[in-house]
Design a protein around this ligand. Structure first.
Ligand SMILES: O=c1ccn([C@@H]2O[C@H](COP(=O)(O)OP(=O)(O)O[C@H]3O[C@H](CO)[C@@H](O)[C@H](O)[C@H]3O)[C@@H](O)[C@H]2O)c(=O)[nH]1
Ligand SMILES: [Mn+2]
Length: 539
């Protein structure tokens, strides 16, 4: 009970003053018009078997279709599986996008992930003929991709369509291959247009170099490689990242996030804007509590009032500079016009790809600050949380945005086994942060306020919290079964002696009884006090 009392105090830090934010996107458009900044979107995938390429490209297509000027948007996929099957799916997606994007924009459909959109029945925004035309095209594409994944090969005639396929040879495995960077759609190229002649977002496939003797640092390593690769292709000042199983469910999310970054009063303090992780595959009655309701609806909003929510690894917008280690200063001004606009004369896309590959090698980060002061931090299963904490400690704030229509939808665990695995990883990771030099109380000391540090610790203490919980579940039940009283009797009698006005309780009839200290004079026909097992009388 002492533990619970202490943990309660820690949790109250974030429950005291939650905030809920709302944005005015139309005003952003009115004020900034076409002066909005460029945005780079990073999607990570790691394994074509557990993360099917046909689903990965649905996420890709959903973020390509944002309601945002296409020439300012670049989408990057990091494939840690280094799989030609994923590359093939991306190539198919680059062709399908030419029809999907104009379709989405013409009828303003939601959600813009084709898998999610077509899983719902026909919506009468467009004619049934157009709907079936696009749906057939999509179904045929997914069938081709799924067939390739099952047979694990790409048809020969397709290989000749894109030079990228020649990067793969029979010796390549997911753990041993050269860096691969392929620009599938070059938004700055005259030919990068959709079926109606509109510009398409830039689309890039990257598989960083993998060698058995080099540690690859999981998703953080992939994200850092993407930061460098994108810096020579688009170099946009804003970076958004999503996991490949989290599609965009709201086509205005970029504008929503920019409302915070471009805010005249507080925008210059904001390092990142975090969106909740929402899932669309939850079991009936949310059996294992996987919808993260308390975190999404209470705790993240509470953290927001204390200095900012945690960075949880997906559905987050960062400023590039801040992700790269910049410290906050009061006179900080971001140059929103940054980024690579046109193509520097005489540089072909081939040369840019070669340059990008040299940034995605295993040895590039040796003897540099990458993984420590620059980019996402390495060496922890929940690298995103310490990365966010470091950003807060460098003086930046963050913002939690939770619009009514969820910004992202993903696949959460549904079975007990998946849930246990997920929670074990999260609680283990957060506890190891708590015990490391990144313990919020030590690392954040003097840099963030105490309540903010306590907020971070809610998750750090999840793992030790399991012990008293287990005790509470097991011991009282056993005691009840054995008929052993839970509270020592002698204590209650002592307390009775101290206080004249004792146990007040109600029974079924709603009559209130007291158990007076001078029970000698009590009417013996009345009820018995449940706590001290003495007779009581009505008041
Ligand atoms: O070596 C790796 C391992 C994973 N991933 C990608 O990282 C993402 C997250 O991995 P996943 O196995 O799905 O972990 P989850 O537990 O579902 O992820 C949650 O928890 C992680 C740790 O806090 C965060 O990084 C994630 O964003 C958050 O969604 C996925 O897109 C993976 O494809 C890589 O790119 N490379
Ligand atoms: Mn996941």
């Amino acid at each position: 009970e002492l533990w619970y009392a202490a943990y309660w105090v820690v949790t109250q830090s974030v429950r005291w003053s939650p905030v809920r934010r709302c944005t005015f996107r139309d005003r952003l458009t009115a004020r900034y018009g076409d002066r909005l900044p460029g945005v780079d979107i990073f999607v990570c995938t790691a394994d074509p078997l557990s993360e099917p390429p046909s689903l990965v490209i649905s996420t890709i297509l959903s973020v390509m279709a944002y309601n945002y000027p296409a020439e300012k948007l670049s989408v990057y996929l990091s494939d840690d599986g280094g799989s030609v099957l994923t590359f093939y799916a991306m190539w198919e997606a680059s062709l399908f996008a030419k029809h999907w994007l104009p379709f989405c924009k013409r009828y303003n459909i939601e959600p813009r992930s084709p898998a999610a959109y077509f899983s719902e029945s026909y919506q009468d925004l467009c004619t049934p003929k157009e709907w079936s035309f696009i749906k057939d095209m999509y179904d045929e594409m997914t069938e081709r991709i799924d067939t390739a994944v099952i047979s694990r090969k790409i048809p020969e005639e397709i290989r000749s369509n894109h030079k990228g396929f020649y990067e793969w040879n029979p010796e390549i495995t997911s753990k041993n291959h050269q860096p691969i960077v392929q620009v599938l759609i070059d938004g700055k190229d005259q030919k990068g247009v959709d079926s109606e002649g509109n510009v398409l977002p830039t689309l890039v496939y990257m598989a960083r170099e993998k060698r058995p003797q080099h540690h690859h640092n999981f998703k953080a390593g992939a994200m850092n490689a993407l930061i460098r690769v994108s810096s020579v292709i688009s170099n946009s000042p804003v970076i958004m990242n999503v996991d490949c199983d989290m599609y965009s469910n709201n086509n205005d999310t970029i504008r929503d996030a920019l409302c915070f970054f471009l805010d005249e009063e507080m925008g210059h303090k904001i390092g990142f804007v975090q969106y909740p992780q929402n899932y669309n595959n939850m079991t009936k009655n949310n059996l294992y509590g996987n919808s993260l309701h308390v975190i999404n609806e209470v705790e993240m909003g509470g953290m927001d009032s204390l200095g900012g929510p945690l960075y949880v690894g997906t559905g987050c917008f960062h400023r590039r500079e801040i992700l790269c280690g910049k410290r906050f200063t009061k006179d900080y001004q971001e140059d929103w016009n940054g980024g690579i606009k046109g193509r520097i004369q005489d540089t072909s896309i081939g040369e840019i790809e070669e340059k990008a590959k040299s940034l995605a090698t295993c040895t590039y980060e040796h003897d540099t600050q990458w993984g420590d002061e620059i980019g996402l931090k390495y060496g922890c299963p929940v690298e995103d949380v310490i990365t966010g904490l470091a950003i807060h400690c460098r003086g930046w704030e963050s913002v939690y945005s939770n619009p009514t229509r969820p910004a992202f939808m993903g696949l959460g665990p549904t079975t007990l086994a998946q849930t246990l695995l997920q929670h074990k990883r999260w609680s283990e990771g957060s506890f190891s942060i708590f015990l490391s030099k990144y313990c919020p109380f030590l690392f954040g000391h003097g840099k963030t306020n105490l309540r903010h540090q306590m907020g971070y610790c809610i998750y750090g203490l999840w793992a030790p919290n399991s012990l008293p919980t287990l005790y509470y579940v097991v011991i009282p039940s056993l005691a009840l079964l054995k008929g052993i009283p839970l509270f020592p009797k002698v204590m209650i009698h002592n307390m009775r002696k101290m206080s004249p006005c004792l146990h007040v309780f109600s029974i079924k009839t709603n009559e209130v009884f007291t158990c007076p200290s001078d029970y000698e004079s009590m009417d013996r026909t009345l009820h018995i006090c449940l706590l001290c097992e003495e007779h009581v009388q009505p008041i």
